[in-house]
Design a protein around this ligand. Sequence first.
Ligand code: NAP
Length: 352
Amino acid sequence: MKHTRIVVTHYGGPDALQVLEEECPEPKNGEVRVRVLAAGVSLPDLMMREGIHPETPRLPFTPGWDLVGAVDRLGDGIAGLELGETVAALPISGAYAGFVCLPQRELVPVPAGLDAAEAVSLVLNYVTAYQMLHRSAKVRRGQRVLIHGAAGGVGSALLQLGRLAGLEMYGTCSSRGASVVADLGGIPIDYRQRDFVKEIHRLTGEGVDVVFDGIGGPHIWRSRKALRPGGTVVAYGLTSSLRESRLASGRSGRRRRHRFRGIRIFGLYIAGGWLLPGRKRVVPYSIQWLKRLRPALFRQDLIAQFDLLRQQKIKPLIAHRFPLVEARQAHELLGTGGVTGKIVLVRQPVVG
Ligand SMILES: NC(=O)c1ccc[n+]([C@@H]2O[C@H](COP(=O)([O-])OP(=O)(O)OC[C@H]3O[C@@H](n4cnc5c(N)ncnc54)[C@H](OP(=O)(O)O)[C@@H]3O)[C@@H](O)[C@H]2O)c1
């Protein structure tokens, strides 16, 4: 049986994504073959395609951090899974394919009846948001938080989960995202028109308790200025390294691609955040490292998100559904910016 797989053939723009038709993979001992129903498209995928994310695999590789699919074939030694059962996983790479083989321990059961595209939005974005809120920042009802990129994938998840936690929320976004941020309970701040540090102090007086900063670099410094004394910046992304280097434009870029450059700069800002006066902390967050160190927490937190979705307490924003063969168009769309919510590659082309 043949399947489709997307492969990054060289580090670069969306044209680096090639569509491959090949034999379906066979599960090895302890593995399960999953028929992918939905694969998320996220900024970390784009950063890996450009070769600037610390998790970037060697070439050629198949991108795709997160997936939801149906159990299709069991390798030797598998027990406790039924054919056709819906499961989710965070393989970090490999999800842009018709079928993937994964170790059983990587699979988390998905409750019946959920939309696959909505369910896959929870795997990376909502677990990231939930763990930052409740495991890194340990937020309390009534606290004030600032969410950068609040109309984006992780940002909109932070708003929905922050509302459930009873937080007072401010969210930076471009003008296109303002109504989404307001609808989700945040006070929008147009970061292109206003200085968010001044705006936060104008609106709150002494500043916020927590800032969630996925922009990275010198931006972490500015986020720290928006804190009240005793506050915390949770630093979790490097959106700026993709946008500022303009690599997503498809031009090969003269500067060499450094997988760990952003991380080193990140480390400096975090260390500086601790050394400077003002009782303000900068703490890093990484879903992949927390999952590697505490896999049971990832599983527990993802199951909790599925439960919230089942109870309709959260509603992931789906920006666009593309068929798998249009992965390149999906990357082009996310790379241009202004996307509200999550882009998802789905199994069947959407008609109409
Ligand atoms: N540490 C982790 O475990 C982890 C997990 C998941 C994601 N991440 C990171 O989180 C970040 C966000 O990922 P995502 O998938 O949510 O991306 P996304 O959906 O593209 O959202 C990013 C948002 O940021 C906005 N933005 C860009 N520059 C901004 C700025 N200077 N100030 C305020 N907002 C700005 C964009 O809005 P406009 O396009 O309208 O400007 C967009 O809405 C990425 O850096 C990603 O690598 C980290």
